[in-house]
Design a protein around this ligand. Structure first.
Ligand SMILES: *[C@@H]1O[C@H](CO)[C@@H](O)[C@H](O)[C@H]1NC(C)=O
Ligand SMILES: *[C@@H]1O[C@H](CO)[C@@H](O)[C@H](O)[C@H]1NC(C)=O
Ligand SMILES: *[C@@H]1O[C@H](CO)[C@@H](O)[C@H](O)[C@H]1NC(C)=O
Ligand SMILES: *[C@@H]1O[C@H](CO)[C@@H](O)[C@H](O)[C@H]1NC(C)=O
Ligand SMILES: *[C@@H]1O[C@H](CO)[C@@H](O)[C@H](O)[C@H]1NC(C)=O
Ligand SMILES: *[C@@H]1O[C@H](CO)[C@@H](O)[C@H](O)[C@H]1NC(C)=O
Ligand SMILES: *[C@@H]1O[C@H](CO)[C@@H](O)[C@H](O)[C@H]1NC(C)=O
Length: 455
């Protein structure tokens, strides 16, 4: 008995992946102590008017410029009192806390000329929606360190005019996001509501140490292609205790597009997502890709509640992407009213231009889903790998879905290999290799208490 336990433990240890060195409970354990900033100024001191009509871009820009001088004095807070603060896009600075008082609403301007147009991201090579540049986000951080956006109540943006421009193809550049951090370190976003973003709500790209906590993100189900949080070529992220409902994907992990993403080569890795409510009307609650050319790995997702969505959890890629999606563990998921619970496809997404390498095939390996219950699900799972390079080690354990379609056809598989145990309805034969010798290939995490979450 002892020897068996020891053997199991050894197996567990050899199999477990450590995050951030030492045993880990995932990235959310690393919470930065947030000391109050020694200096605070109100946006009122820069002539801002919170009547919902006066344009405050210059006030925000001047306030941030002034607060730059506090960077080496412990940083500063920009206080936004109650009111409707209309603005075009503006930049943040390092060692800054942007604090929205209860009742403070930062309103994005409905005039596209108030949004600067900037170069595309190098890992995409062009705007995602249109070739060429893209509009700068409403709130931007570029090359920053130690930035907090927080509040007591809601931050709102009226995005509907962007949605109309998008749907009527009258945009000249790709749509902006609400908040974007580029190449920034130590970022916190918390205690806020994000409404009606033009495209994505929070887009950290080439960032490290990002903590997103206790936020509500919402856009109407009809809003075209709106996304919630999009970690992109970033590492050491925590997203927790939040609620996101979107027209398209609620959370989407990405890492660049075809030859541009492969060349840039920065993965999204060490991401911990927990205690999140997700809804995605015409997309996925939790999406991986389809832009993933820099790779996506070491992702721990726990305690998701997904409802009224087209797809629950979806891995998307295509030929030409290169990169990988591997070492992903998703556990303790509840789903309700979801058309397709689980998906993985190798035939999804377009290319930035004709110069992609069709032989750059993406690796999809060591994806584990366990402890999933679902009610009112139409299709349990659809796995469509790439013929020359099938998806491997797809591990399903303890999954119970109440499916409204014929249970014998509720899983669809091609070019995929994996393991399963205690899965209902019974998955396709391709996923039915015995679980008994799966422990070396199914992904698991080692918790710091020495308890290994091996399947
Ligand atoms: C915002 O930051 C970007 C990148 O650092 C810079 O190019 C741009 O001029 C800044 N805009 C303003 C209004 O300060
Ligand atoms: C796109 O460009 C055209 C021509 O310059 C302009 O009339 C139109 O207003 C622009 N669209 C937007 C949404 O800015
Ligand atoms: C979450 O944010 C709200 C404000 O949006 C705040 O009132 C509440 O105390 C926060 N809760 C936690 C646990 O941080
Ligand atoms: C968010 O609100 C909670 C509860 O009021 C507070 O403990 C926490 O410090 C706030 N977060 C930030 C970053 O201010
Ligand atoms: C079942 O889920 C579908 C969405 O997939 C939804 O349209 C339908 O209303 C749900 N049925 C019930 C009884 O909730
Ligand atoms: C199976 O999943 C259910 C629902 O997520 C959970 O309550 C139960 O504890 C799991 N069983 C095992 C053996 O882990
Ligand atoms: C189980 O392990 C044996 C020995 O390592 C191996 O030959 C076999 O292919 C494995 N079975 C599966 C389904 O992976």
């Amino acid at each position: 008995m002892k020897r068996l336990l020891l053997l199991l433990l050894l197996l567990a240890l050899s199999n477990a992946v450590e995050i951030n060195g030492g045993g880990s409970e995932g990235q959310c354990k690393y919470k930065r102590a947030l000391d109050p900033r020694p200096h605070s100024v109100s946006i009122l001191e820069f002539g801002a008017v919170g009547d919902g009509k006066t344009l405050n871009s210059i006030a925000f820009q001047n306030a941030i410029f002034y607060l730059k001088s506090f960077a080496d004095k412990g940083g500063a807070q920009l206080y936004v009192p109650p009111g409707r603060w209309l603005t075009g896009s503006f930049n943040l600075t390092s060692h800054l806390t942007l604090f929205l008082e209860r009742g403070a609403i930062i309103l994005g301007s409905q005039d596209s000329s108030h949004w600067e147009v900037v170069e595309p991201l190098p890992s995409y090579g062009r705007g995602i929606e249109l070739p060429g540049g893209r509009y700068r986000s409403l709130i931007n951080g570029h090359g920053l360190r130690d930035v907090v956006i927080t509040g007591m109540d809601i931050s709102e943006l009226l995005g509907s005019v962007w949605w109309e421009w998008f749907s009527s193809h009258s945009l000249n550049y790709s749509r902006p996001h609400l908040v974007e951090f580029i190449s920034s370190i130590d970022v916190v976003v918390s205690n806020l509501t994000f409404l009606n973003s033009p495209a994505s709500n929070i887009h950290p790209v080439y960032c490290s140490n990002v903590h997103i906590q206790n936020i509500t993100v919402h856009a109407s189900p009809e809003s075209p292609h709106t996304s919630g949080i999009v970690p992109d070529s970033s590492d050491n992220l925590c997203i927790e205790d939040s609620s996101i409902s979107m027209g398209y994907d609620a959370i989407a992990l990405k890492s660049g597009w075809d030859e541009y993403g492969i060349y840039y080569g920065r993965p999204t890795t060490n991401v911990h997502i927990r205690r999140i409510h997700l809804q995605a009307s015409s997309g996925s609650g939790l999406a991986f890709g389809s832009e993933m050319s820099g790779g996506i790995s070491n992702i721990l997702v726990e305690h998701l509640h997904l409802h009224n969505s087209l797809t629950g959890i979806n891995l998307m890629t295509t030929r030409g992407r290169g990169g990988y999606m591997k070492d992903i563990l998703i556990s303790d998921v509840e789903m309700e009213n979801v058309h397709q619970a689980i998906g993985a496809t190798g035939q999804c997404g377009s290319h930035p231009d004709e110069n992609f390498d069709p032989n750059a095939l993406p690796l999809v390996d060591r994806i584990t889903l366990k402890n999933v219950v679902g009610i009112n699900i139409t299709i349990a799972g659809n796995f469509a790998g790439i013929q020359e390079f099938p998806f491997t080690s797809i591990c399903l354990s303890n999954i119970s879905l109440s499916v409204t379609s014929d249970p014998t056809t509720s899983w669809v598989c091609s070019n995929v290999l994996g393991f399963s145990e205690y899965v209902f309805p019974e998955p396709c034969p391709d996923l039915q290799s015995s679980y008994s010798n799966s422990s070396s290939v199914c992904f698991s995490f080692l918790y710091s208490n020495g308890h290994a979450a091996v399947l």
